[in-house]
Ligand binder design. Structure first.
Ligand code: NAP
Length: 335
């Protein structure tokens, strides 16, 4: 049986106002007892930094409860069982969990899920085979994206966006995307097969959207909200559909931003807007995995990720992701 383990984890040290800073986080050392009956000791290999984590730093209930100050930052992680006192788990097994920003943890067997340890890279379970991949797939299904649709994806070079755009292409759609740098725009069109892309920082979003999608759009996969949502509403065709996935342009606002000025387009164009939260769709994981694993294996779907190394780098990785420093899924690799 394992000895007591000394390990490190990252806590919420203070609630940020506006953008988080280094003072928002604290690196804390602690010891873990050996796993008792029904428990496993896990060493994290990769952990996730995600936009929704910004919301959990605020006081007040959202769709997920806020973290208390002093609480560990939990979230998706993939790790390796180091010691097991639970039937069905052995050292070397690879598991996903919600145990987040820590090097090791002890958990009940029901709190971890064994996954295929031969998958490479294993970080795929935090990206294309995890929450972001499922989010892209669920969002497209929610608004019934089908061959011939003209689709616009914002945040298109990010974890969810680059998968949503490619999956829409694979369904036979005309797909355009927006992202925040020339490098990202080039990757979208030259590597990921988007039909058009623009840098939203380069001028008016509607003008740029009209240039890449001159016939308008049937579907908007909204990751960012703000003026790109306004542009999408204006570019929508009759009976258009919006999958409302996120609103990252607003997450660090200290006061609420003004809404789109053209909401009446919802009426005149008979639009449908459907919001969703992926945690409601975890029961669809097997069907999703079946489809996406095949696409990945055949090379028809490409998964991009940006890797940062070291537990102590997690706050920087998180902030860089919020500022656009990632291409594909931002992941922290532990030594
Ligand atoms: P991500 O796209 O990998 O990373 C965030 C990206 O947001 C950055 O790379 C940055 O890219 C972009 N961004 C930052 N500020 C922006 C701004 N002011 N305007 C436009 N883009 C901005 O993150 P993700 O995990 O895939 O999440 C994408 C969105 O989906 C987020 O809104 C997230 O909250 C949402 N989401 C929703 C669900 C759900 O269940 N509904 C689940 C997962 C994620 P640029 O360089 O392009 O600016």
């Amino acid at each position: 049986m394992a000895d007591i383990v000394t390990t490190r984890e990252i806590h919420l040290a203070a609630r940020p106002k506006g953008w988080p800073t280094a003072d928002t986080f604290a690196l804390v050392e602690r010891t873990l007892p050996p796993p008792t009956a029904g428990q496993v000791l896990v060493r994290n290999l990769f952990m996730s930094v995600d936009p929704y984590m910004r919301g959990r730093m605020n006081a007040g209930k959202s769709y997920v409860p806020p973290w208390e100050v002093g609480q560990v930052i939990d979230g998706s992680a993939i790790g390796e069982v180091v010691a097991s006192n639970a039937e069905g788990f052995s050292p070397g097994d690879v598991v996903t969990s919600r145990f987040g920003w820590r090097e090791h943890f002890v958990a009940d067997r029901a709190e971890v899920r064994a996954v295929d340890r031969t998958v490479r890279p294993l970080s795929a379970y935090l990206g294309v085979l995890g929450g972001p991949g499922l989010t892209a797939w669920v969002g497209l299904n929610l608004v019934n994206v089908r061959a011939g649709d003209r689709v616009f994806v914002s945040g298109a070079a990010g974890a969810v966006g680059h998968l949503a755009g490619q999956l829409a292409k694979l369904r036979g759609c005309y797909v355009v995307g927006s992202a925040g740098s020339p490098e990202k725009v080039k990757i979208l069109t030259d590597e990921l097969g988007f039909d058009g892309a623009f840098n939203y920082k380069n001028g008016d979003s509607l003008e740029q959207l009209n240039r890449v999608a001159p016939e308008g759009i049937d579907v908007y996969f909204d990751n960012v909200g703000g003026d790109q949502l306004e542009a999408a509403l204006s570019a929508m065709r009759l009976h258009g559909r919006i999958a409302a996935c996120g609103s990252i342009s607003t997450y660090n606002n200290e006061t609420p931003a003004a809404g789109p000025r053209n909401l009446f387009q919802i009426v005149t164009k008979r639009l449908t807007i459907r919001g969703f939260i992926v945690i409601d769709s975890f029961d669809q994981l097997p069907a999703f995995e079946k489809e996406v694993t095949g696409l990945l294996a055949s090379g028809r779907l490409k998964a991009r990720e940006t890797i940062v190394e070291g537990l102590q780098q997690a706050p920087t990785a998180f902030l860089n992701m919020l500022r656009g420093g990632n291409i594909g899924k931002m992941v922290v690799k532990l030594a």
